[in-house]
Ligand binder design. Structure first.
Ligand SMILES: [Zn+2]
Length: 410
């Protein structure tokens, strides 16, 4: 009599080269990974499988030696926007600075105007194209910020588009409320009133309606000052929202230390961060999100303090900062290359920057960012044998497929 042994797994992926991004067992050269109910149920060497893959699992997929990494996490983007800023790119090539363009009503305000003028449908369509490009570079989780509406109807429109993108593409989208991106032209001469609007009206609704997971502030001399930033952080905390900060991209404002003081998930950019800021970030486990795309586009000279971040064990994440003005980049593998060539990260540091540390920057490290038992089965399969090849090539797309656990009922 043939006994029909119950199969343990939904799907098992065999004959793969796994880069787990776990510190204890980072690579499994000839490995297998089993998935059940959208979670990783087993991962290890092929020789350690208890039975044949066919007896263990309903479905068997042969990776034929391909490399598998955790699904890439792009933890800082401004992907939803109207129009583009190609003209500004041209001006900057002629020598105009970021600040000069911002002061001349270019910059963020021009994207605000373009975003406000688009219908929700058009905004969705334009953003969906960009999202699909990033997903084709292995992204399975993405953070998207609002911040090109700067009034309630248009900020809400952006957050609704983010939700619809999440549902349409079955991808996890971490939504960040960034009304404090810049002062809209109607509040240029009454900045405190705009901070009132953010703190007294917008953040309470965002929190109560679960429209976003975090609140972000662009703290800079051309944007929100340190006092205004602190008021917004306090309000976000009061309403139970996580905090992120555009900190010290163009000058040393002390905002990275302030963000860390409020237990921010991350402080992002950091080119001008001081030793004091980095020490405070280390104490509060605030992740440093570095954005080499903006550094490249703005042709910045000042590098973020990579050595200090290493020395104080501040986790380093890397993101595309995909946005129309300073980083119109839609490939996270290209960003990995920039992190190594421009910032001097090692390829493995860069890879951890878009996996385990990017998960920390979104507060989802318990479920995302590494390949280990119990984590979501979010992973990318690549037509390469070694993960360094992902970073080494520019201009090809080595992605074979991705698996996303989003929408699987737990
Ligand atoms: Zn940004």
């Amino acid at each position: 009599m043939i006994v029909n042994m119950e199969k343990k797994f939904d799907t098992i992926w065999i004959n793969g080269a796994f880069t787990t991004c776990e510190p204890d067992h980072p690579f499994i050269q000839n490995g297998a990974m089993a998935v059940t109910n959208g979670k990783i149920a087993w991962i290890g060497n092929m020789v350690d499988l208890q039975s044949t893959p066919e007896l263990l699992s309903h479905h068997v997929k042969d990776l034929q030696g391909r490399c598998v990494t955790p699904g890439l996490i792009d933890c800082h983007t401004h992907l939803i926007y109207g129009g583009n800023r190609a003209h500004e790119f041209e001006l900057r090539l002629q020598g105009a600075s970021y600040e000069e363009i911002a002061r001349a009503n270019g910059g963020i305000q021009s994207t605000v105007n373009a975003t406000r003028s688009l219908s929700e449908e058009m905004l969705f369509e334009q953003s969906a194209n960009r999202l699909q490009s990033l997903m084709q570079s292995g992204v399975t989780t993405i953070e998207i910020k609002s911040g090109y509406g700067l009034d309630w109807p248009n900020e809400l429109k952006m957050l609704r588009v983010a939700k619809r993108l999440e549902e349409t593409f079955s991808i996890k989208i971490f939504k960040t409320f960034l009304a404090a991106h810049t002062f809209p032209s109607e509040y240029k001469n009454n900045q405190e009133k705009y901070v009132d609007l953010i703190c007294e009206e917008m953040i309470p609704i965002v929190a109560e309606s679960s429209l976003a997971d975090a609140v972000d502030v662009f703290c800079e001399k051309i944007a929100f000052n340190i006092t205004q930033t602190e008021r917004i952080f306090k309000t976000a905390k009061k309403y139970g929202l996580a905090i992120k900060c555009h900190a010290e991209q163009l000058s040393n404002t002390g905002s990275a230390a302030l963000a860390a003081k409020y237990q921010a998930l991350s402080a992002d950019h950091l080119e001008y961060a001081s030793l004091e800021s980095i020490k405070t970030m280390a104490e509060s486990y605030t992740v440093a999100v570095l954005l080499p795309g903006a550094f490249y586009y703005l042709r910045e000279k000042k590098l973020p303090p990579i050595e200090l971040l290493r020395q104080y064990h501040v986790p380093i994440a890397i993101a595309s900062d995909s946005n129309p003005g300073t980083s119109p980049i839609l490939s996270l593998t290209l960003i990995l290359n920039m992190a190594c060539t421009l910032f001097g990260l090692t390829p493995i540091e860069a890879l951890h920057g878009v996996t385990r540390n990017a998960a920390k920057a979104l507060g989802i490290e318990k479920t995302h960012g590494t390949l280990s038992v119990g984590k979501n089965a979010d992973f990318a399969v690549w037509n390469v044998n070694n993960p360094i090849e992902l970073i080494y090539y520019i201009g090809n797309n080595p992605l074979y497929c991705t698996s996303r656990s989003q929408n699987i009922v737990e």
